[in-house]
Design a protein around this ligand. Structure first.
Ligand SMILES: [Zn+2]
Ligand SMILES: [Zn+2]
Length: 286
C-alpha cells in the first residue's frame, strides 16, 4: 500500500494542483494571500511526508535544520517574493504595456497549455541562470545553497538572499496569460522543487522522472565535488537538462561542499562578499 501511495503521490499532487487552479472561484483568486497560503500548504504537505517514508536517516530534520528552514521560508514569502514583484515583475509588466507588446494568442490556449507554457518559460530562464551560476562569479551567490549538508522539503529556499532573488526572476510577465495559469505554474514549480529536496523515499514512475526533477536527480546536483554539481540544473523540468545535454542519471546521499562544512545563516548571508573581503585583506597585508 505504501509503495502505491509513494509511486502515485508526485503525479497525483501535480494533477490536483492543476485541477485546483483550473476551477478556483473568482472570489478566492482576488485575495492576495491565496497563492502564498496554497504554496505554504503544499510545502507543509511534502515536509510531513518526511516523517512517513524517510529516505536517509542522515537527512532527518532536527531542531537546528528546522529553524533554518523556517527562517528562510518566512524570508522568502515575506521579503524576497515581494521584492521580486516590485523590482522585476511590475516594471517588466509596465514596459510590456509601454512598448505595446502583446501575446494575445496565449490567452486563447487551453488552460493546460497555458500552464505548460508558463512552466516552460519560468524553468527555461531558471535553468540558464542556474547553469551560469555554476560557471561564473555568480557561484559566490549560489554556493551557500550547495553548502547544505542534508536535503529537506524546504531546502530549496535555503541560500544567500541575493541568489534567492536572482533565481526567482522570470520574464513570464511578458506573456498575456490568465493569473490562474501563472499561479498554477508557480505552485507546480514549488511542489516539484519541494519533492526534489525532500527526505522522502518516492518510487517515482519513469515517465514522471523523464519530465520532472526528482530527488534522485537533484541530490546528484548537490553531490560533494564541485565539478560533479555541474549537471541536473533544472529546478522542476529536468526535460530541459535532457534537451541541453546536462542530464546525469544517479543520486547522492552525501551532499555539501568544502569538506561538508555547514554554514550558519550569517555565513550564508556574507558568502558573496568573501572574494571582496579577501582582496581587501590581501591589500592590507601589502
Ligand atoms: Zn546549483
Ligand atoms: Zn537544491
Amino acid at each position: 500500500m505504501k509503495r502505491i501511495v509513494f509511486t502515485l503521490l508526485q503525479p497525483a499532487t501535480l494533477a490536483l494542483i492543476v485541477t485546483f487552479w483550473a476551477f478556483i472561484p473568482a472570489a478566492l483568486l482576488e485575495k492576495d494571500w491565496v497563492i502564498t497560503a496554497i504554496s505554504i500548504g503544499t510545502l507543509l504537505m511534502v515536509q510531513g511526508l518526511e516523517f512517513v517514508n524517510e529516505r536517509h536517516a542522515g537527512w532527518r530534520l532536527n531542531t537546528r535544520e528546522f529553524l533554518t528552514d523556517l527562517f528562510y521560508t518566512v524570508l522568502y514569502f515575506t521579503v524576497i517574493s515581494k521584492v521580486e514583484t516590485k523590482l522585476a515583475e511590475e516594471p517588466l509588466g509596465s514596459a510590456k504595456h509601454a512598448l505595446g507588446i502583446t501575446t494575445d494568442w496565449a490567452m486563447h490556449l487551453p488552460f493546460v497549455a497555458q500552464v505548460a507554457l508558463a512552466l516552460f518559460v519560468m524553468e527555461f530562464g531558471q535553468y540558464w541562470l542556474h547553469r551560469l551560476m555554476h560557471n561564473s562569479f555568480l557561484w559566490w551567490t549560489h554556493a551557500p545553497h550547495h553548502h547544505i549538508t542534508q536535503l529537506n522539503a524546504a531546502k530549496g529556499l535555503v541560500g544567500n538572499p541575493l541568489e534567492l532573488f536572482l533565481v526567482s526572476l522570470s520574464v513570464i510577465a511578458i506573456f498575456d496569460l490568465p493569473l490562474t495559469a501563472v499561479f498554477c505554474a508557480y505552485n507546480l514549480t514549488g511542489a516539484i522543487s519541494s519533492f526534489a529536496h525532500a527526505n522522502v523515499r518516492f518510487y517515482t514512475p519513469r515517465w514522471y522522472a523523464f519530465f520532472f526533477t526528482t530527488v534522485e536527480a537533484h541530490s546528484l546536483h548537490h553531490t560533494v565535488g564541485f565539478a560533479e554539481t555541474r549537471c541536473n540544473y533544472a529546478n522542476a523540468l529536468i526535460l530541459i537538462d535532457r534537451m541541453f545535454g546536462t542530464f546525469r542519471p544517479g543520486e547522492a546521499e552525501i551532499v555539501g561542499q568544502d569538506e561538508r562544512r555547514r554554514l550558519a545563516v550569517r555565513e550564508q548571508f556574507m558568502y558573496p562578499f568573501k572574494p571582496l573581503m579577501a582582496m581587501i585583506k590581501g591589500n592590507a597585508a601589502i
